[in-house]
Ligand binder design. Sequence first.
Ligand code: AMP
Length: 409
Amino acid sequence: MMRPIHQIGIVGGGQLGRMIAFAARRMGISVIVLDPDKNCPAAGIAEIFVADYSDEKAMMEFSKRCEVVTIEFENLSVPALKQSLRPVYPSPEVLSICQDRIKEKLFLSTNGFPVTRFLTIPRFSPTDPSSIVCLSVEKRFERPHSKTLSEWITQILSIVQEWIDTELQGNEKIVMKSARMGYDGKSQTIFHSFFQFQNHLTKDWKGSGEDWILEQFVPFQRELSIIVGRNRVGETVVYPLVENEHRNHILFSTRAPAPSVAPQIQKIADWIAHSLPEKIGLVGLLCVELFEKDDTTLLINELAPRPHNSGHWSIEGSHCSQFEQIVRILIESPLGLPQLISESACMINLLGDLWSNGTPNWSKVLSVPGVFLHLYEKAEARPGRKMGHLTAVGHNAYERAKQAYTNLL
Ligand code: AMP
């Protein structure tokens, strides 16, 4: 039975909050958005409750104004969200896993999900007398406590060397990521050799105050993702597996469905999509970002428990968009059909770089048949900033989306 929910709350009024708000308003549900910026992209579509995301008192007041709360990004203050007087979906517990790469990798690997080989690097603490512990999928590496930073670096280097020799079979190409607050390749460095990594740590490195994770560099064939929705009674819907192309670590395009998926890859993706949401206790949406290493190996890169950029195609391309789906989950209505409405869809992001000579001529996009334009009404266009996207649906969607994009260049 659909509950008579009249007002939902969204924490975050960026483009994702804006698109959730659009979907809710279309169904006659009003929306209040907590955002520090009264002119955020959701302004005009929703009432904006101006407050800092970490303001616990404000979160409590905000929650009194709605019946259920969701979020548009995972890097939020969990203690603040716990102050909400209304249910928050996804729950703060799910967020606390997904906002920390270490917790996320440990959760996935201990539950048997396939992940990149990794090693956790705890922050340096001169006052904490406990030993240094770094964890991989297989092992716990332990060294005595270090009182000085240089001692700590020496210990870490010896652990990393051992990890590379034993678990990476001497393969030295690794990626270092901060455990928290990294997205779109931010706080991330690729090292081509142990020597490079050593230089990084020993030459004026400023990162010893935070937790890090090292990953084996995966020479993947391509990046895929899958979005799943799960409601309070445990029913799930799974969107088609899609192919993502990144440029400079930022999503450039998504093709739905991913073309030419090997049967074994589809099988693993289906298993992940059907088992992971229940394991993590999800109510809401979850995007699983994947590396297709070869025709039989699929690895989980990371999780995003919210609508995802690789699901924007679903607004015009599927029976029920990811945004409508999260609204349906929040208001406890039946789940919507995630399938494509036609043979294919393709989404391309429009970054601020396209504004370098002023506002682009949108007629060049809209003149291509079957192409839809979305702009997020962000005041300032900066290079790399997501300003909008375009979607093509139907026969040859990929080619038409590319054509529309190329017309702008
Ligand atoms: P992330 O912030 O973890 O999503 O990483 C951003 C992008 O960096 C990914 O979409 C990949 O293109 C690339 N990347 C991240 N981790 C790895 C890895 N272990 N091996 C190869 N490429 C990676």
